[in-house]
Write a protein that binds this ligand. Structure first.
Ligand code: ADP
Ligand code: MG
Length: 135
């Protein structure tokens, strides 16, 4: 499914809609360049999951936990990315029925993600326009 959003609010709304449809146990893999709207989407996703704490870009922190939502950002990681992610203990968390895992720059660990992973791609197609493709 392809969506075009024209503001960060619209991207948040899409995240909210998807967040409220989740049952738990999902892994969402977000792909797209800097500023494409991944973190904005996660803010909506968290709202849709009923999470009220503030979602920020975890630039220096690889992983943030907000209730049952695990927010991972692999932007900074270059070497041995899969090894680092294993060290976080994340592989024990994904698939747990009560948790949702959302990963920015998920293509870096494509090999290790389960095949049920939902892939969502973000493209900057104009100043405020973003094309968001939900697999
Ligand atoms: P990423 O996490 O992909 O690097 P962010 O969500 O942190 O991206 O940043 C997206 C930036 O683009 C924000 O400054 C946001 O205000 C702006 N923006 C403009 N239009 C949109 C849109 N349609 N969807 C999402 N963000 C948008
Ligand atoms: Mg981000």
């Amino acid at each position: 499914m392809e969506y075009i959003t024209s503001s960060s609010q619209e991207t948040k709304s899409l995240g909210r809609k998807i967040g409220s449809s989740l049952k738990g146990g999902e892994i969402l893999a977000l792909v797209g360049g800097l500023g494409a709207g991944k973190t904005t989407f996660v803010q909506g996703l968290a709202e849709g999951l009923g999470i009220t704490s503030k979602i920020i870009s975890p630039t220096f922190i690889l992983l943030r936990k907000h209730g049952n939502l695990y927010h991972l950002d692999l932007y900074r990681l270059e070497d041995r990315v899969e090894h680092e992610v294993e060290n976080l203990g994340l592989t024990d968390i994904w698939g747990r029925k009560d948790s949702v895992v959302v990963i920015e720059w998920a293509e870096k660990i494509k090999q290790m993600l389960p095949k049920e992973t939902k892939w969502i791609t973000f493209e900057n197609i104009g100043e405020d326009e973003r094309k968001i493709t939900v697999e």
